[in-house]
Design a protein around this ligand. Structure first.
Ligand SMILES: Nc1nc2c(ncn2[C@@H]2O[C@H](COP(=O)(O)OP(=O)(O)OP(=O)(O)O)[C@@H](O)[C@H]2O)c(=O)[nH]1
Length: 390
């Protein structure tokens, strides 16, 4: 059964999965789209994008009225009103973008849309002026540079190639429309302009690729457990904290907070596995268990190695019933795992599981303490089982 059918609840954090060819080198596949990016990396990238975008949108917001002084000095007569109206509308739109940005924490889709708006709004302003003023627009200081400046600005952000290309293509298209309107699209100057835009866009995409690759490499080093490839404990707790803050915000605004379940795992008698078969087989068991966890939860869930042979899964949007079904599947996954010792004999392993659901207005510590108590209750009950109540 596909994972999406297993649970009906979601936090609305779905991200689109664009076209993703297998023949591309892995490094390009990493930066082409966010298809293979974890939910956690998407959150980290969205915060990175957001902080840069706040800076860029604020700079645009301040430049718009300042540039009006240049207009006043160099303006051909008769265009003051159009420019004043255009600049006022642009400032209002940028103020709205800034307001939305400051309220968009860890929401990649929204941050991406606001980024596209920040880069396209000045261009729409430019296109509207071209429409109103006509060919004499070229004599206004700095206006001809707007499209080039915006395409260059794409390089400032860690965008995937598809995202960067989407924004850049929209800028090129609008510029082609402006040139067509001014009757310059097929002139030497017009073709040169489009060629220049395309070249700068390629450079920006290269900068995007380098940024996302570097960010991903650093992120992997800082956030992952090297043996299992799962998140490490620090990142999981940070993400859990953010989820709890989002829930509290929803509750304080009178909205229903989506459920979040925690599952804590401890492999049973793991010391015996190490002692009987050796540490390398113990490591293999840890890796196999990590892949069972990854297989049984959704991509948007968080799974981490919490300590030596302790693991934790955080299931946003899952009710306790859904969490217990997942726990059952994980127990089954362990029972059917196919691990062999160096001499070929099978290495069976099991896990004990504590399950709890975050309660409204409770601290994270108290939820973690509860799930830990339930895990140890499962140990006392004989292991290879889960406990989801006190
Ligand atoms: N191979 C391997 N072993 C590890 C790793 N991290 C921790 N361990 C071992 O995990 C074992 C944990 O043992 P205990 O805490 O006594 O627990 P247990 O044997 O699983 O017993 P119960 O939890 O009571 O079922 C220790 O022997 C650790 O050395 C690791 O990365 N690789």
């Amino acid at each position: 059964m596909p994972h999406t059918e297993r649970r009906r609840f979601s936090l609305g954090l779905k991200l689109r999965n664009p076209w993703h060819p297998r023949w591309l080198p892995a490094s390009l596949r990493d930066t082409l789209s966010n298809r293979h990016h974890s939910h956690d990396f998407n959150c980290a990238r969205s915060e990175y994008l957001r902080s840069r975008l706040v800076f860029v949108a604020s700079a645009f917001f301040l430049l718009v009225p300042l540039w009006f002084l240049v207009d006043l000095l160099l303006l051909p007569r008769g265009h003051t009103l159009e420019l004043l109206i255009g600049r006022s509308l642009l400032m209002l739109s940028l103020a709205f973008v800034l307001y939305r940005l400051l309220r968009s924490r860890q929401n990649l889709n929204r941050v991406r849309n606001l980024l596209a708006a920040t880069l396209l709004l000045p261009l729409i302003f430019y296109a509207a002026l071209a429409w109103a003023i006509g060919p004499s627009l070229g004599s206004l200081a700095g206006y001809n540079f707007i499209p080039l400046l915006l395409v260059a600005f794409i390089s400032v952000f860690p965008l995937t190639l598809i995202e960067g290309f989407g924004v850049g293509f929209a800028v090129c298209l609008l510029e082609a429309f402006v040139l067509y309107h001014l009757g310059e699209l097929t002139s030497i100057a017009g073709l040169q302009e489009i060629w220049l835009l395309g070249t700068v866009l390629c450079i920006s995409l290269w900068a995007n690729h380098s940024q996302v690759s570097a960010l991903m490499r650093l992120y992997r080093q800082a956030s992952m457990d090297s043996l299992t490839g799962l998140l490490n404990r620090g990142v999981l707790l940070e993400q859990l904290d953010d989820l709890q803050i989002q829930r509290q915000e929803a509750l304080s605004e009178g909205r229903a907070a989506p459920p979040v379940c925690l599952l804590m795992f401890d492999l049973d008698r793991f010391k015996k596995i190490n002692d009987s078969y050796g540490h390398s087989i113990g490591d293999h068991v840890l890796q196999e268990f990590a892949s069972i966890l990854r297989k049984e939860v959704r991509k948007s869930d968080l799974v981490a190695r919490y300590g030596g042979e302790e693991f934790m899964a955080v299931l946003p949007g899952a009710t306790k019933e859904a969490a217990t079904q997942i726990a059952e599947r994980i127990l089954q996954g362990c029972a059917h795992a196919d691990i062999h010792a160096h001499d070929g004999q099978p290495v069976p392993f099991t896990t004990s599981i504590g399950i709890t659901q975050l309660r409204d207005q409770e601290s994270l510590d108290s939820a973690l303490q509860r799930v830990d108590q339930r895990l140890y209750a499962a140990k006392h009950q004989g292991r290879n089982c889960f406990i989801d109540a006190d």
